[in-house]
Write a protein that binds this ligand. Structure first.
Ligand code: PLP
Length: 669
C-alpha cells in the first residue's frame, strides 16, 4: 500500500469507504433473517413491517421512545400480534399452495403447541386468528389442556392431547367431547392404553385416539435424540401393533384416527424430514390396513427458523423454506398413500417455533461499556526502566504506522521486512516488559502507580498494533498471534437484562438469536464487544452471535455517547424463552406490550403486561415484603435512638425500599 501523490508528499490517511444504513443491515444479517418483518430505514433505525409484505411499517426506535413515555421502562418485550397473524397466514398459504400443486385431495389443519408460548394473550390471539382455518391447539400437560379446553371453542378445531396422561387427564379429554370439542388423545406410552380403556368403559364414551410412533429416522442437531428407539416418547413398532390389537379387543379401534410423530424441534436438514415422512406414511398405510379408520397424519413440530439467514443445515438455520416444508409433507404423504389406494389423510402439523418466533422483539438498553485501560499515562521524570522500555516500544509501533502510510522511499521502513512481522516483534517486547513489571512489583521494586502505568502502556501498545492491523487487514497475512488482539481489546457492554430470564436458551443450549442495535445503523460501528447481563453469574452474558452459518464471539457495536441511549434488540425469541426463563438473582419478567398496526397508519397498544415487581419476586420465594419492611423499620428506629441515623435519612431509606418493592426488578433511570 503506497499512499503518496505524484510529488512524493505523503497523502492523507485514507478515509474509510462510506457507510450507509444498508451496510448496517447487511452487517447484522437483517436483510436475510429479518425479511419480511424487519428492515432498516435511511435514518439507520430498525423498522418493523408487522404485516409482512402487505404494507405498513413502524419505526422501532420511535415506538420504544413512545412506550417509555407511557412509563414502560426497558427491558421491554414488544409483541407484534400482526406478525403472529402473518405467520399463521403464511403457514396456511404454503400448505394451500402445496395441496393445489400436488393435487392432494385432503386438507391441512394445524394446531399450535401451547408449550411454545402459553401467555394468555398469545394463545387467545392465535385461537381468534386461526378460527378461519379451524386452527387448533396441542397440549402436553394438564394445565395446558385446561388452557386449550377453555380457549378453543371452534368445534372443528383439533385439540391434540400429548404428554404423560393419568386417569384424570384422560377422563377430562373424553368428557370434553361432550362439550363439542375435538380432543384427540395421543397414546405416547404403552401403559396409557389400559387407562384409556378403563376410563372409556367407565364413562361409556371414548375419545378420539391417536398413536405416537417412535420413528427410526434420526433428526440432526440439538433435538436429535427426540426420536429413535431410545426416545422418551412414542410407541415402538411392536408396541404400535400390540396397542392396535388391544384397542380392537376393547372395541376402541374405530376411534383410532390419528398417527403422530415428532422428530424434534428445529429440523435443520430437510432430508431428515423426508425420511421421517416416508416412514410415517408407511405406518399410516399399515394402520388403515389393520382396520383403523384413521384420517389424520400429524407430522409434529420441528419446522425450523433461519436465525442467521444463512439457509444452511447448521444449528441456527435450515436448508429449506416454509414452502419447501409444506411441499415435502404433502408430496411425500401422497406418494405413500396412492399406490395402496389409501385415501390421503388430513395433514396436521404442530409448528410452534415457526409460528411464534418472529412476533416478539426484546429491547434492552446498555448501561455502560467496560474497556481496557489503554490511555497513555503521563510521562514523569525518573520512571523505572521497564516503563521507559514500554514507552519506547509504543513509540516504535507508532513509527511503524507512519512508515506503512508514507513508505515511498524504496529504502524506507516498508522494505525492512514485512510490517506484520515487526509489529509481532513489538508485541512480544511489550509482553516481555509487562512481565518484567509484574515481577518487579511482586518483589517490591515497583510501586502500585507504576504497575498501573505498565498495564496502561501495554494496552496502549495493543491498541496501536490493532489499529495498524486494521489498516493492513486486506493486504497482508496477519500472524496468528496478532489476530487475537482486536478481540483482547473488545469491550463488555453492560446490558439491563437477565439472560436467564429473557433469553435462557442462549445460556442453556447455546441457541443463537440475532442481536443488533436498533439505531445508529447508518454509522459504521467502530468497536467489538459482547454483552454482560445484570446477574452476578459469569454465565450471564451474550457472547455468541450469528455469522452466516457460523458463530462469532464478538459483535460489531458503536461506542457509547454520553447522555444518549444505546438500544439493542434481540430478535426471533418469541418461542420458548418466556416460559423457560427463570428468577435467577430474582430478576423477574420484563414489561411486555402487544402492538397492532392501525389501519390509518400508526399503532395501537392492545395489552400491557407489567413486569414482575420486586415485591412479586420476593413473594415467589415465600418472603413477605411487608414483614421485610417492618423489620427494617424496627432496625432503623433502634439506629435513630442510638444516634446513628438521622430521622430524615431513615425516612429516605424506607422510601427507597418501598418504592423499589413496587417497581420492576431491572435498573431504572
Ligand atoms: C415441542 C413440541 C412441538 C413443537 O415443536 P416446534 O419445533 O416448536 O414446532 C410439537 N409437538 C410436540 C409433541 C412437541 O413436543
Amino acid at each position: 500500500m503506497v499512499l503518496a501523490n505524484a510529488n512524493g508528499t505523503p497523502a492523507a490517511v485514507p478515509t474509510a469507504p462510506s457507510w450507509s444504513a444498508a451496510d448496517g443491515a447487511a452487517l447484522y444479517g437483517l436483510d436475510r433473517w429479518g425479511d419480511p418483518y424487519f428492515s432498516v430505514s435511511a435514518r439507520g433505525h430498525v423498522m418493523v413491517q408487522p404485516r409482512g409484505d402487505r404494507g405498513g411499517s413502524l419505526d422501532l426506535v420511535d415506538l420504544v421512545q413512545e412506550l417509555q413515555g407511557r412509563d414502560l421502562s426497558l427491558p421491554l418485550l414488544i409483541r407484534f400480534d400482526d406478525i403472529l397473524e402473518d405467520r399463521l397466514e403464511r403457514l396456511h398459504a404454503a400448505f394451500g399452495r402445496a395441496i393445489a400443486q400436488y393435487g392432494y385431495s385432503g386438507r391441512y389443519q394445524g394446531v399450535f403447541p401451547v408449550k411454545c408460548n402459553q401467555q394468555r394473550h398469545v394463545v387467545e390471539q392465535l385461537v381468534e386468528t386461526g378460527r378461519r382455518w379451524h386452527f387448533g391447539l396441542e397440549a402436553g400437560s394438564k394445565a395446558e389442556l385446561l388452557i386449550a379446553l377453555s380457549l378453543l371453542e371452534d368445534p372443528e378445531a383439533l385439540l391434540i392431547c400429548n404428554g404423560y396422561k393419568d386417569r384424570r387427564y384422560i377422563e377430562t379429554a373424553i368428557l370434553a367431547r361432550r362439550l363439542g370439542r375435538q380432543p384427540v388423545v395421543v397414546i405416547e406410552q404403552a401403559d396409557e392404553v389400559e387407562r384409556i380403556i378403563a376410563a372409556s368403559q367407565d364413562l361409556g364414551a371414548a375419545p378420539f385416539l391417536g398413536i405416537r410412533a417412535k420413528l427410526s429416522t434420526r433428526s440432526t442437531g440439538r433435538w436429535g435424540s427426540s426420536v429413535g428407539e431410545r426416545a422418551k416418547f412414542g410407541l415402538s413398532i411392536p408396541d404400535v401393533l400390540s396397542t392396535v390389537a388391544t384397542l380392537r379387543e376393547a372395541g376402541l379401534l374405530s376411534d383410532l384416527r390419528l398417527l403422530h410423530f415428532h422428530i424434534g424441534s428445529q429440523i435443520n436438514d430437510i432430508a431428515v424430514l423426508k425420511d421421517a415422512l416416508q416412514e410415517a406414511g408407511q405406518i399410516y398405510v399399515e394402520l388403515t390396513r389393520l382396520g383403523a379408520p384413521m384420517g389424520f397424519l400429524d407430522v409434529g413440530g420441528g419446522l425450523g427458523i433461519d436465525y442467521d439467514g444463512s439457509r444452511t443445515a447448521t444449528a441456527a438455520s435450515t436448508n429449506y423454506s416454509l414452502q419447501n416444508y409444506a411441499n415435502d409433507v404433502v408430496a411425500t404423504v401422497r406418494e405413500c398413500c396412492e399406490p395402496h389406494n389409501v385415501p390421503v389423510p388430513t395433514l396436521v402439523s404442530e409448528s410452534g417455533r415457526a409460528i411464534a418466533s418472529h412476533f416478539s422483539v426484546l429491547v434492552f438498553d446498555v448501561l455502560g461499556a467496560g474497556s481496557v485501560p489503554g490511555d497513555m499515562p503521563e510521562l514523569e521524570d525518573g520512571e523505572p526502566l521497564v516503563l521507559r522500555n514500554l514507552r519506547d516500544t509504543y513509540k516504535g509501533i507508532l513509527e511503524e504506522s507512519h512508515g506503512v502510510l508514507t513508505a515511498v522511499d524504496p529504502e524506507g521502513p516498508m522494505d525492512q521486512g514485512a510490517a506484520p512481522e515487526r509489529l509481532q516483534e513489538a508485541w512480544n517486547d511489550a509482553l516481555k516488559f509487562k512481565d518484567d513489571a509484574l515481577a518487579a512489583f511482586r518483589l517490591g521494586y515497583l510501586s502500585l502507580p507504576d504497575r498501573a502505568k505498565a498495564e496502561q502502556l501495554t494496552w496502549a501498545c495493543c491498541k496501536a498494533i490493532a489499529e495498524q492491523l486494521e489498516a493492513m487487514a486486506q493486504k497482508t497475512l496477519i500472524p496468528e498471534e496478532l489476530r487475537g488482539l482486536p478481540a483482547a481489546l473488545a469491550g463488555t457492554y453492560f446490558a439491563n437484562l437477565s439472560v436467564f430470564r429473557s433469553a435462557p436458551d442462549t445460556w442453556a443450549i447455546d441457541q443463537l438469536f440475532p442481536v443488533m442495535p436498533l439505531h445508529r445503523l447508518e454509522e459504521r460501528p467502530t468497536r467489538l464487544g459482547s454483552f454482560a447481563d445484570l446477574t452476578c453469574d459469569s454465565d450471564g452474558k451474550i457472547a455468541r452471535f450469528i455469522d452466516r452459518g457460523q458463530v462469532k464471539s464478538l459483535l460489531e457495536l458503536h461506542s457509547l455517547r454520553p447522555g444518549e441511549p444505546y438500544w439493542i434488540g434481540l430478535f426471533l425469541g418469541g418461542a420458548y424463552q418466556e416460559v423457560m426463563g427463570n428468577l435467577h438473582n430474582l430478576f423477574g419478567t420484563t414489561n411486555a406490550v402487544h402492538i397492532r398496526l392501525s389501519d390509518g397508519g400508526g399503532y395501537r397498544v392492545d395489552h400491557v403486561v407489567r413486569g414482575d415487581t420486586n415485591a412479586e419476586v420476593l413473594k415467589a420465594m415465600e418472603h413477605d415484603p411487608d414483614l421485610l419492611l417492618e423489620r427494617l423499620r424496627v432496625v432503623s428506629e433502634e439506629a435513630i435512638s442510638k444516634g446513628q441515623l438521622a430521622i430524615s435519612d431513615a425516612r429516605r431509606l424506607m422510601a427507597h425500599l418501598r418504592t423499589s418493592l413496587g417497581q420492576t426488578t431491572y435498573l431504572q433511570d
